[in-house]
Design a binder for this molecule. Sequence first.
Ligand code: 4AD
Ligand code: MG
Length: 478
Amino acid sequence: MSQRIKIKALLESEQTGIEVVVKGWIRTFRNNQFIALNDGSTNNNIQVVVDFENTDPNLLKRLTTGAAISVVGELVPSLGKGQKVEVKAKSIEVLGDSDPEKYPLQPKKHSLEFLREIAHLRFRTNTFGAVFRVRNTLAYAIHRFFNDRGFVYLHTPIITASDAEGAGETFHVTNFDLLSIPKTDSGEVNYKDDFFGRATNLTVSGQLEGELGAMALSDIYTFGPTFRAENSNTTRHLAEFWMIEPEMAFYDLEDNMNLAEEMLKYLIGEALKHNADDIEFLSQRLADEEKQKPQHERSEMSLTEKLQFCLDNDFQRLTYTEAIDILKESTPNKKKKFQYPVEGWGTDLQSEHERYLVEKHFKKPVILTDYPKQIKAFYMRQNDDGKTVRAMDILFPGIGEIIGGSQREERLEKLEQRMDEMGVPKEELWWYLDTRRFGTCQHAGFGLGFERMVQFVTGMGNIRDVIPFPRFPKNAEF
Ligand code: 4AD
Ligand code: MG
């Protein structure tokens, strides 16, 4: 018997009149005659035409939404609209039944909130099929981008004793029996008795270890899961998310920005190239969703146009200080429309401010540089003004911060002094400081939040809908 062919290949087939084997899950079965079959290889279904007069009625009854079937039939030109070819079934075997009374996915539109509750089945919808194929393309493209440029993929540890960002938002890793935790004489937790003999946590960033790699291999990147116990119930935060962190020896901030912009454009281009159907579908989905909104809240561009626009335009680069001046003078600030009014210099930007700069003022992606040192991590290179550091954040329309990065402080004394000021324990990071002791050099890097990138390319409004099984406060189902 001939081999199974995936539906994507079948639909692209130029040859008809051949016998094919196709397997998949039934989306719908109409008029006892037309099966819409999908196997996840594409957003499009293949139509399987059933000769119902010559088919066992007991078999027909089992052709329900969600059932897995195998079909042997002839690939023929389709008379119906919307598809070039269809399969005229010769024999159908039900591989796995699906009780239509109990199957949660009905052939109708479900809300994204409902689908999140049945995340184990949502892969079978058009929307999530498209999202996860795009996610896959982006992941693969990241490896291609860096490997084509001679970067080494470095696997930094998931379990670590450091909090790279110093934000204290780590998940503890312990082997203790929580009901009888060993204590020291002074009543503190005695980590000496724990699995690693010290306090450990899940990593918030692979950067510090990444820098060690760059100080020998020149250009490295990480791509792995990172964890943050921040209690943020927003559409942009997850407790477990994937991050890409390149780190480059001999780069300054300018080189860093250039690489980041080139990478983001490459990724968008790859998705447009390899997932045209999926993006077209998601673009339409978003347009339909926006029809529910009042006119002034709708996007000026479709998803596809927005992606193309990002590809075709240079990102706007300016300093934090320049941005503050723009925000102070902005109409929403003067009319007290911001929830957090922009008054002085030195505070962190809120997402309403970032979105104003990107969506209203510049109307394109923005790279902000040279932030006040007090709102950034200890490792960023200090500017001569004594107030700012060589940080960069890349802000995207609809997303806000998609990348955070900086040139690193390569001068030992300056770094130690900043660690002291910020209370970062130098003894614990002796290995990090060693790179500044032996052959230190200018270097820089950044972190791309992978899910935020997938959100941007798919137009999905909630970050929980672009990772298969989202982790957020009070939720770790599946
Ligand atoms: O700005 P962040 O905290 O930077 C770092 O972790 C640096 N060590 C990166 C580096 O220079 N190597 O995080 C980087 C990016 C953010 O811009 C954002 O896109 C994403 O990671 N991110 C999150 N994504 C989802 N959920 C969260 N809770 C996130 N926190 C940060
Ligand atoms: Mg950041």
